[in-house]
Design a protein. Structure first.
Lengths: 335, 335
DNA sequence: GTGGCGGCCTGGAACGTTCCAGGATTTGCG
DNA sequence: CGCAAATCCTGGAACGTTCCAGGCCGCCAC
């Protein structure tokens, strides 16, 4: 049986209450007893039982997080959430969405844990069901835009991201710039809009070309092939392409490399996310970086504010992304 | 305030105990009252408080899982664990290791949750500290071999995996087969051993070549470059390479593709893990598949057996891997 | 001296559940 | 018809914490 407060108390020769004080680092115990209590706890290998602790204190100091375990960018976000939460003294309760465990199941399992708030990473649920959830407890949606009241949204300014990408490519001298799209993925619609607007602003309306893509390497590879398919040669193709996300962009790059598109045939590629993937030296992908530390900090802050009954009056935080120039973009080849 | 058992009880005009029975689906209530209770619970939006429930019942029905959030293969394992756990009626409590949150912190946070057992994915801790942990609670180590009593180990037969890889390459006609190594990573030592043994068995002792590598794409890319560096041409190189894991192998492939190593210069590549990465059509990596469903099922079963005081007498489950032939291996080019 | 105050400590009542012992009421059966 | 068994239900004691109301002591100021 695991040791309890009472065991530590008898061992140290004090009362349960005092041990409780010491474990929580609260004032009210002399340095000497404090030392004795900690020693006893150590010897017994005592760890406070969070269940009992939370049951009694009413507040769980727990933040529920729903994320997609196969999604590398979610890994970056969870990493950020952990550090943001640590500063506030809250713990994270993770619940993963997998191929065989849907979002509803992931959320349901957190509901039993009495989290004080829920942070959902790029959720797929309908606006209606998110609304229903938000009516029952504080909810923050991260990395997806959703028009529902009673919940906070923290997301990147996707349109601006694509403006940055297009501006960069135009500045390098490109005009035939295609977009490989994310379909129904969170943020995809905004990125399409941003792409179209930026192209038009540069007077490149005629060169707008949107290729269906997706979130995975696979989708990127397919899109890259369909981009080249049926073109008669380098003159008949975009000289640059901006891609829905880094993962998809590596698929695109892979196809380009395999086909040996270098020199006169080379095509610039811009990704999105600045995931750890993009930073790898051999990939070295120019990309639009989402501001993960800022996003995760805001998500945690807003979740807690809502939990404490003082929600931020501005429901959506739209964070500016930033362009990271690496090796996959260059001036268009002379043809 | 969230409704409690007592609220439901008064609303339905019965005792707390009765409501408790009904909520747990236990016999002992008439169909009619059962209906009334469920109705009352529904109207109030009642959800049982798992904390109180677990506190009282002593058993948490919770399995702690420590995993590396940046590690794609761990994502596959967690997915398997979820489904394995569901069949047993247990829930998973996830705790991630991130760049800024080490394994000790991940474990400590689970200790507070009174999990009935801990499953550690490829842990980095020393054998000694694992032993200390195992003395205090049931522990299963997954995907790493560790010589410690009082804990279960579930792992792939790494040596056999490399034997499969080498046999396959030899059958194709290769003799100059190099290994790109995983260094100190879990399983790496066994894979080195298996590689050496298989090469010797085929009389290829002279061709044994071990290149330092690692777990990431980056490590793979570097190893690939160093493999080619200083060789005078195709005749001076291995014709095949077997790589520590899929992630590292994609780095290797990437460099090979970029350098345009095709036809007469092409080099076969075998990965390890059969992660979702390898299955992508454009990567199409020949690899050694770890049997994830079997490993995760065993891990959960052994964790529970240990938790219930009936540990499997055989402390280590060594699962056979299987060769998955895809597109990155072929007979050596005629030179 | 005595009152008061601050620092240190204790006892016991919650928190929301489960579990146990037993109280009614009905049913079964000789 | 009576007694046992079965069925349905209730009350209250746990589980391991936190929190509140106090108790004891020594010290200082008047």
């Amino acid at each position: 049986m695991r040791p309890t407060l009472a065991d530590v108390a008898t061992r140290a020769g004090v009362s349960k209450s005092l041990v409780s004080l010491v474990m929580r680092d609260e004032p009210g115990a002399s340095p000497e007893t404090r030392r004795r209590v900690l020693e006893a706890a150590g010897e017994l290998g005592y760890h406070p039982d969070s269940r009992a602790r939370l049951l009694r204190s009413g507040r769980s100091r727990l933040l529920g997080v729903v994320f997609g375990i196969q999604h590398p960018f979610h890994a970056d976000l969870v990493t950020g959430l952990y550090t943001a939460a640590r500063e506030t003294g809250y713990e994270l309760a993770l619940s993963a969405v997998t191929a065989e465990r849907d979002e509803a199941a992931a959320i349901a399992s957190l509901l039993q844990d009495r989290c004080e708030a829920l942070i959902l990473l790029g959720p797929q649920s309908t606006a209606a069901s998110l609304g229903g959830l938000a009516a029952r407890m504080p909810v923050v949606v991260l990395a997806r835009s959703v028009r529902v009241t009673d919940l906070d949204v923290v997301r990147t300014d996707d349109a601006e991201g694509l403006r940055l990408a297009v501006d960069h490519l135009v500045a390098l001298g490109h005009s035939r710039i295609a977009l490989i799209d994310g379909g129904r993925a969170p943020g995809a619609a905004d990125r399409r809009r941003g792409y179209g607007a930026a192209m038009r602003r540069h007077g490149l309306t005629a060169h707008i070309e949107i290729v269906p893509g997706g979130l995975t390497e696979e989708d990127g590879a397919e899109a890259a092939r369909s981009l080249l398919l049926g073109t008669s040669g380098p003159d008949d193709r975009p000289t640059a392409v901006t891609v829905f996300n880094d993962r998809c962009a590596t698929g695109v790059l892979d196809v380009f490399n395999r086909l040996g598109l270098t020199g006169r045939e080379s095509i610039s590629v811009v990704g999105f996310d600045d995931s750890s993937l993009a930073r790898l030296a051999h990939v070295n992908l120019t990309t639009i970086a989402q501001n993960v530390p800022e996003m995760t900090r805001q998500a945690v802050d807003r979740a807690l504010a809502r939990a404490h009954g003082t929600p931020d009056p501005v429901r959506a935080a739209v964070i500016s992304p930033r362009l990271v120039i690496r090796g996959t973009t260059a001036p268009p080849p002379q043809r």
